[in-house]
Write a new protein. Structure first.
Length: 152
């Protein structure tokens, strides 16, 4: 165990929402899907807390199939996103299965991909651009800021 407690942003947002410390002015109105990052789902078991957060923030949540610990990897974790050329295109082309999963989720109505991990955000962004998927990509914090009550 680390010498100090470590809290992932998903856990932090979950606690803030549960305790009523984030007030939502109006739920996010675009249909969203959620990328299950390996580090927080397989490593920390935060899949249900993540879904609680997404459902508290968004009107419509469309699950990818498969999901949770069986979701397809973004192929950017573990520092792979930083390898850059010449490996970037190998990584992107080698992850056609993720692109197909996103196409299928988009066909069911998802317009926005939420990626709570910086590596996933970068990996998904590359996939969206390379495969011509017209979907928005956001962190949870982006959506929270858009919809939360803010003091005048």
């Amino acid at each position: 165990m680390p010498p100090i407690p470590i809290t992932h942003a998903v856990e932090y947002y979950y606690e803030l929402l549960k305790q009523g410390k984030i007030k939502i002015a109006k739920k996010y109105d675009k249909p969203v899907t959620f990328q299950d990052p390996c580090n927080i789902v397989r490593g920390r078991g935060l899949h249900e807390k993540a879904r609680y957060v997404v459902k508290e923030l968004c009107n419509e949540f469309i699950e990818m199939t498969p999901n949770r610990e069986h979701n397809y990897c973004c192929c950017a974790g573990g520092g792979v996103i930083n390898t850059g050329p010449p490996f970037k295109m190998t990584r992107i082309k080698g992850n056609r299965i993720k692109a197909e999963q996103l196409f299928a989720t988009k066909a069911r109505g998802a317009q926005v991909v939420i990626a709570p991990c910086h590596n996933c955000h970068g990996g998904i962004e590359d996939i969206l651009h390379h495969y011509g998927l017209d979907m928005e990509l956001h962190f949870l914090g982006d959506i929270i800021y858009k919809i939360m009550e803010k003091p005048s």
